[in-house]
Design a protein around this ligand. Structure first.
Ligand code: HEC
Length: 418
C-alpha cells in the first residue's frame, strides 16, 4: 500500500495539484457511489484525473475494467487491491450506452495499427512522423517525449525537465522534435542523440501554457497558448520569442496550421472564431463563425486552400472559404454532444473524431458526396480514449492516439476497388 500511496502522490505533484484539492471534488458526476472498495478507488484513481472520467465512462465488465486500469497504473504487485477496485468498478459502472455514437456505415475500409507506449497513464498524444519514418509523440502527464520505430516497434522515451508537461510535439525541417511545455511556460528542443533538451522560456510570465505549434517554411515556430489567450512566434535562429494577445478576450487559441502562403491560422476553443496571424506585424484577424455556442478545437487546411474546422461546441464540422468568406457547416452523425476534436484533410477527404461519444469514432467525410462514414477506434480489448490531435503521415495514413489507454496508432484507409 505504501508503494501505491506514493505513486498516487507523485502523479498529483507532477500535475501541480495538491492531493487534498483532488479529494475535495464536488458532487454529481464527480462523486463515487457508496459501496465496498469506494475508498480504494478514491485513493488510487483520482491522482491523475477527476472521478467524472470514471462516472461518465461507458462502463466495462470486470475483464474490461482490469484491462483499462492496467493501461494507467501497475497494480500487479498488489493483486488483492486491484481485484477489490475492479469489483467495485464492475458493480457500480457496468457497460452502458449513455454516450453511444451513431455509427455510419459505408463502402470505405480502414485498418488500425496500435502501439502501447511504455510509461503507464502518460496521456499519450500528438504523434507526428519524422522524415526517417519514425514517429514522435508526447506523454503529457508522464512528462515524456517518445520515439517509435514503426518497423521494429522499438520505443524510447526521454524524460523532460520537471513540470514541462508537454502538450504537443512538432518537428522542424531537419526532423528535430520540439515540444510545447504546457506546464511551465516553455518550449523545448530535444537532441535525440544525446537526450539533451534546449529550453526556451516565455518572455512574459502571463504566457503560461504553450499548447500547439507548427513551423513555417522559414523555420519559424508559430504556436498557441490556450489559457493565456495568446499566440506566439519563436525564431530558432536567435531564440527570440514574440507574443500577442487575442482580440476577443477568452478566445482560447487551440489548434494551429499554416496555409500555402505561409500564413498561420488558429482555432478559437473559447469563442466562435477562426483567426489568422500577419507574420510581419503579428496583427490578428478574426473570422466570426455564425452559430452562437460554437467553439473550435482544431482546424486543417486543404490543398485547395479551404479551411476545415471542427465545431466542437455544436457537434458539427465546418468549412471556411478564405477567398469568398463563405462558411458552410454540417451536423456530425452522432449529434450535438459528439464533440468533434481532431481533424485532418487528406487528398480532399476530411477525417475527424467524435470525442464526446464512446467509443471515440473516427469519421470520414467526403465533401464531394457530402457523405459520412465512421468507425469505432480500437484501444486494445476495450474502447476508451480520445484523439486530441491527428496528423497525416507522408503516405496519407493518419497518425492517431487514444489518450486514456496509453496508445498511439495509425489508420490506413483503403479506397474500394483498390
Ligand atoms: C497515472 C495516471 C492515471 C491514473 C493513476 C489513473 N488514470 Fe485513468 N486516465 C489516465 C489518463 C491519462 C486518461 C485520459 C485522460 C484524457 O484524455 O484527458 C485516463 C482516463 C480514464 C478513463 C476514461 C476512459 C474514456 O472513456 O476515455 C477512465 C474510465 C479511467 N481513466 C479510469 C481510471 C481508474 C478506474 C483508475 C484507478 C484504478 C485510474 N483511471 C487511474 C491516467 C490515469
Amino acid at each position: 500500500m505504501i508503494k501505491l500511496a506514493s505513486a498516487h502522490l507523485v502523479v498529483a505533484v507532477v500535475l501541480g495539484v495538491a492531493p487534498a484539492a483532488l479529494a475535495q471534488y464536488g458532487g454529481g458526476a464527480n462523486r463515487f457511489p457508496d459501496g465496498p472498495g469506494k475508498e480504494l478507488v478514491e485513493g488510487v484513481c483520482t491522482g491523475c484525473h477527476q472521478p467524472n472520467m470514471i462516472t461518465r465512462s461507458s462502463g466495462y465488465t470486470r475483464e474490461g475494467w482490469q484491462e483499462l486500469i492496467g493501461t494507467m497504473i501497475d497494480l500487479s504487485h498488489s493483486t488483492d487491491t486491484r481485484d477489490r477496485i475492479v469489483q467495485y468498478l464492475a458493480t457500480q459502472f457496468p457497460p452502458n450506452t449513455h454516450r453511444a455514437p451513431k455509427p455510419m456505415p459505408g463502402p470505405h475500409q480502414v485498418t488500425f495499427a496500435e502501439w502501447f507506449v511504455p510509461t503507464l497513464g502518460q496521456r499519450s498524444r500528438d504523434p507526428v512522423e519524422a522524415p526517417d519514418g519514425s514517429i514522435w509523440w508526447v506523454g503529457q502527464f508522464g512528462n515524456v517525449i517518445g520515439r517509435l520505430d514503426p518497423k521494429t516497434g522499438a520505443m524510447k522515451e526521454y524524460q523532460l525537465p520537471p513540470e514541462a508537461l508537454p502538450h504537443s510535439v512538432t518537428l522542424d525541417a531537419s526532423g528535430t522534435p520540439w515540444y510545447l511545455g504546457n506546464g511551465n511556460g516553455t518550449i523545448g528542443k530535444l537532441d535525440p542523440a544525446s537526450g539533451k533538451v534546449t529550453v526556451f522560456k516565455m518572455p512574459d510570465p502571463a504566457a503560461k501554457d504553450p499548447h500547439t505549434g507548427e513551423f513555417d517554411k522559414n523555420g519559424v515556430l508559430w504556436f498557441t497558448l490556450q489559457q493565456s489567450n495568446m499566440v506566439g512566434r519563436l525564431d530558432p535562429a536567435t531564440g527570440d520569442i514574440k507574443l500577442t494577445k487575442t482580440k476577443t478576450p477568452g478566445a482560447k487559441p487551440y489548434g494551429i496550421k499554416i496555409d500555402a502562403d505561409g500564413t498561420p491560422w488558429y482555432a478559437c476553443n473559447g469563442a466562435a472564431c477562426l483567426a489568422k496571424i500577419d507574420t510581419a506585424t503579428m496583427e490578428l484577424t478574426e473570422i466570426k463563425l455564425p452559430t452562437p455556442g460554437t467553439t473550435v478545437r482544431r482546424l486543417d487546411i486543404a490543398e485547395d486552400g479551404m479551411i476545415w474546422y471542427v465545431n466542437s461546441g455544436k457537434g458539427r464540422i465546418g468549412r471556411y472559404n478564405p477567398k469568398t468568406g463563405e462558411i458552410k457547416e454540417w451536423d456530425s452523425p452522432s449529434g450535438p454532444e459528439s464533440h468533434p476534436y481532431a481533424i485532418a484533410v487528406v487528398d480532399g477527404v476530411v477525417w475527424y473524431n467524435e470525442s464526446g461519444v464512446r467509443p471515440d469514432m473516427l469519421v470520414r467525410f467526403d465533401p464531394k458526396s457530402e457523405r459520412f462514414q465512421s468507425w469505432a477506434i480500437p484501444s486494445g480489448g476495450v474502447h476508451a480514449g480520445i484523439i486530441r490531435h491527428m496528423r497525416p503521415a507522408r503516405n496519407g495514413d493518419l497518425l492517431i492516439h487514444q489518450s486514456s489507454t496509453n496508445r498511439i496508432g495509425r489508420v490506413t484507409p483503403k479506397t474500394p476497388g483498390q
